[in-house]
Every structure is written in structure tokens, then in C-alpha cells.
Design a protein around this ligand. Structure first.
Ligand SMILES: Nc1ncnc2c1ncn2[C@@H]1O[C@H](COP(=O)(O)OP(=O)(O)OP(=O)(O)O)[C@@H](O)[C@H]1O
Ligand SMILES: [Mg+2]
Length: 316
């Protein structure tokens, strides 16, 4: 798992200190004061309009491939096939840009919808609904025993990043004197995120005019996490309502949550509560929410035939 941050040393001093041309992931975040730091993905797609962001995406992809640990020599080159998860409703242009970004990095690709990859990995292919709540997007997919169509899928911007922004806004309003960064906000959220009744008060430490101070953020954290619930529940109910009437009950009882933001405590209870109004249901979180999508991608890759892969023009 690599955080999608890329940074280049800002100036001569930074270059002298870091002795590296590029930083990726956690390392980029840790050294951010010395770097031109980029987070090239937003709402699940590559940010538009900046060459730096496109360059950052390619650095990330190259880095990910290097982690596989294959040693390429000129004569006997291993072919690389990549499965790339995209938001369920990724627009055609963003898919096209992603193919462009992969060109020269992998030999062939398969672009799959993220929640579909989760469903495939779990073999939850019939009468189920997957909600993959990541950083940029929450992606929905109803599985009806065949490849999902556009009608079976939805994408919302109600996910981890939206919670972070909301939490920052609420803390700033309530405690204007407190100094914090969006990275501190995300750390706090990942430790204590919850919806519903709090089990304990959430206390954090942050500087006020340079002095470390204790801060109770329980109410702000709850509001921020709960802010994604109404759109998610509404979309879930709407998708279920479009399933054949005799199967709706089955689908409601197989709501599967994945993605890092599925780790928010109390989420399944909140979703089951929303399902009560329409006859009840059951929601569960997959065993390994952060990796469920990539596990599914691997399962798809193993089952795919040659013709399922798209060859890229400028093979690596
Ligand atoms: N324990 C946790 N509690 C709450 N949120 C968490 C936790 N761990 C990770 N997250 C959040 O999950 C998100 C990352 O999840 P994931 O890795 O599934 O996203 P992604 O696949 O990179 O994003 P997307 O699918 O939107 O492109 C981040 O917003 C992160 O802050
Ligand atoms: Mg994801």
C-alpha cells in the first residue's frame, strides 16, 4: 500500500539534504517541507490541467511496478499486465488518460470498476451490493450474476477526503486558535473514526500559539464521519429499488463494505438502520477492506484470457 503522494526537492538546499530526485508515498509526506509535494489523484481520477500531476502519476506507477521486484534484462523481458481499478462511473476521458499514463510502464492493462473487483475477489457475484468507500470516492455496484452495466453502478464523492475536509472545517470553526494540518486531521480520523454513539471521548494534542494543548474533537469527528451517510444510504436504497422486485430482499441482506473508509466504526449499524425503512437488511465489512479491491484485481487477472487485456502501444 503506497499513499499517492509524490514530491520533488524544492531547491538547491533540499537537493543537497535529500540526495534524491523524487520521493514517493509516506516518505514524500514526511519530507514535505523540502518538497514540491503533489497528490495527483482527486475524486478517484487523475487531476487535470497540470503536467506535474501527470508526471507524478507516472512516478507512482513506476514505483509500484518496481515493488514487484522483477529484474528486467534486455533479452528476456518479463511482460507486465496491470489491472487498474477505476471509480464505477469513471468518465471515458479519465479512462483514456489512465491508459496514456500506463503507456510505457506496462505492456497491457485491464481497467475494472473498483467495486466490481471487490465483488469478484469475494465471489459475491449474485444478489449482492458492494460499497467501496475509499479516499476520493464511494463506489457502488449491484451484482446480478453478470458483468455489471452502467445502471448497476454509482460513484459519489462522499468518502475519506470529504470527511477530512469536513473535520478540518468543523475544528477550525470551533477552535480557531488551534494549529493543524490536513495530515494531522487524517491521522486522527484513521485512529478514531466513528458514527453513532461515541464509546469514549476523542482527545488529541495540537499546538495553540506554539504550545501543545489537549483538544476534545468527539463531536466534530462524529459529524464529519456522519456527513457521508445520507448520500450513501440514499444511493444504496435507490440502487436496490432498481433490482427485480423478487430479488430486492436478497440484495438488501448482502450489503458488503470495502475500502479504507469502511473501517469507520459503527458504519454497518448505521446502514442497517437505513435499510429498516425498506424491510431490513444486513451489512458487513470485508475482512481486509484496504486490500479487497487489489485482491479482486489479482483474481480477475488470473481468470482473464488473452483477449481480455488491452495492449498498450509503446510497450515498456
Ligand atoms: N481506520 C480507518 N478509519 C477511517 N478511515 C480510514 C481508516 N484507514 C484508512 N482510512 C481512510 O480510507 C481512505 C483510503 O482508502 P482506500 O485505500 O480504500 O482508498 P483508495 O482506493 O486509495 O481511494 P479511491 O478508491 O477513492 O480512489 C483514506 O481516506 C483514509 O483516510
Ligand atoms: Mg479504492
Amino acid at each position: 500500500m503506497v499513499d499517492s503522494y509524490v514530491g520533488w526537492p524544492l531547491d538547491m538546499v533540499a537537493r543537497k539534504l535529500t540526495k534524491k530526485t523524487v520521493f514517493i508515498g509516506h516518505e514524500a509526506l514526511e519530507n514535505r517541507s523540502m518538497l514540491d509535494l503533489r497528490r495527483p489523484l482527486e475524486r478517484g481520477v487523475i487531476k487535470e490541467g497540470s503536467d506535474k500531476d501527470e508526471q507524478a502519476v507516472r512516478e507512482l506507477l513506476r514505483h509500484l511496478i518496481s515493488l514487484i521486484g522483477i529484474h528486467q534484462n534486455r533479452k528476456d523481458r518479463t511482460k507486465i499486465r496491470a489491472v487498474v481499478g477505476v471509480p464505477a462511473e469513471a468518465f471515458r476521458v479519465s479512462k483514456q488518460r489512465l491508459r496514456g499514463a500506463m503507456d510505457g510502464i506496462a505492456d497491457s492493462v485491464m481497467l475494472v470498476s473498483e467495486p466490481f473487483a471487490v465483488a469478484y475477489g469475494l465471489e459475491a457475484l449474485l444478489h449482492s451490493v458492494i460499497i467501496d468507500i475509499g479516499a476520493g470516492t464511494a463506489d457502488f455496484c449491484v451484482m446480478r450474476g453478470r458483468y455489471p452495466t452502467e445502471q448497476d453502478q454509482r460513484t459519489l464523492p462522499s468518502a475519506g477526503d470529504a470527511i477530512d475536509e469536513q473535520l478540518a472545517k468543523l475544528i477550525r470553526e470551533r477552535h480557531p486558535e488551534v494549529q493543524f494540518s490536513i495530515h494531522m486531521i487524517r491521522d486522527w480520523k484513521e485512529k478514531w473514526a466513528f458514527v453513532g454513539k461515541p464509546k469514549r471521548r476523542v482527545m488529541v494534542t495540537a499546538p495553540v500559539k506554539g504550545k501543545a494543548s489537549d483538544l476534545d474533537i468527539t463531536d466534530e469527528l462524529r459529524s464529519a464521519c456522519e456527513s457521508i451517510l445520507p448520500p450513501i444510504c440514499e444511493t444504496l436504497l435507490d440502487l436496490v429499488a432498481h433490482v427485480e422486485p423478487e430479488f430486492q430482499d436478497k440484495v438488501r441482506h448482502k450489503v458488503i463494505l470495502a475500502g479504507g473508509s469502511a473501517l469507520i466504526s459503527g458504519l454497518t449499524d448505521a446502514i442497517e438502520k437505513a435499510l429498516l425503512d425498506v424491510g431490513g437488511g444486513r451489512a458487513t465489512v470485508v475482512k481486509d477492506p484496504v486490500f479487497a479491491g487489489s485482491d479482486g484485481g489479482l483474481a480477475i487477472a488470473r481468470d482473464a484470457s488473452n483477449s481480455d487485456w488491452e495492449r498498450l502501444s509503446a510497450a515498456a
